[in-house]
Design a protein. Structure first.
Length: 173
């Protein structure tokens, strides 16, 4: 189980790094749009939706990386108040609830994702890209990635193994 959890962690890190360039492409599209709109008075129909889609895909698919690195938003006041011996119990409960939330999200997003994909839903704008047909399945996939990484984190916590990190200079990847 430990080996599988470490492999899942490495895959989450790889997906997180693979998503990072999408933000750069999104920035380049936005800069191009600003230049075209304000200097050449030739705005596009597509720049906003492409930027939105790229950022949404990168954000959603980075869920495993964020969870693996423990970089998510957390309210830690209870965790900070308890004795160190109780923190592990809280961590286990937190991971179980997180996995349950991701399962619920996956169950809730599968029907609309399937429908959007099979019917190739479009936005209905002037550009009319198949953004819903891309983003709805991506959200479902992100929920699955979240479940898998959360369970990997739980296994690593229960076995006392440290997950791989992406700190500068770290070669454990």
């Amino acid at each position: 189980m430990q080996a599988a959890s470490l492999l899942i962690s490495r895959i989450s890190i790889a997906i997180g790094y693979a998503c990072a360039p999408l933000y750069l492409v999104s920035l380049l599209v936005a800069v191009r749009e600003v230049i075209m709109r304000y200097f050449f008075h030739a705005p596009s129909d597509w720049a906003f939706e492409v930027t939105l889609t790229l950022c949404a895909v990168a954000w959603a698919l980075s869920v495993g990386y964020v969870g693996q690195q423990n970089r998510h938003i957390a309210i830690t006041f209870l965790h900070d108040l308890v004795r160190p011996s109780r923190k592990r119990v809280l961590d286990v409960v937190t991971l179980l609830l997180t996995a349950l939330a991701f399962v619920a999200l996956a169950c809730a997003t599968f029907p609309p994702a399937y429908e959007a994909l099979t019917q190739v839903e479009r936005t209905g704008s002037a550009f009319n890209p198949p953004m819903p047909a891309v983003l709805k399945p991506i959200l479902f996939l992100a929920a699955i990635l979240g479940v898998v990484q959360t369970l990997a984190n739980l296994v690593l916590l229960l076995t006392g193994h440290r997950p791989p990190t992406t700190e500068p200079g770290d070669v454990s990847l």
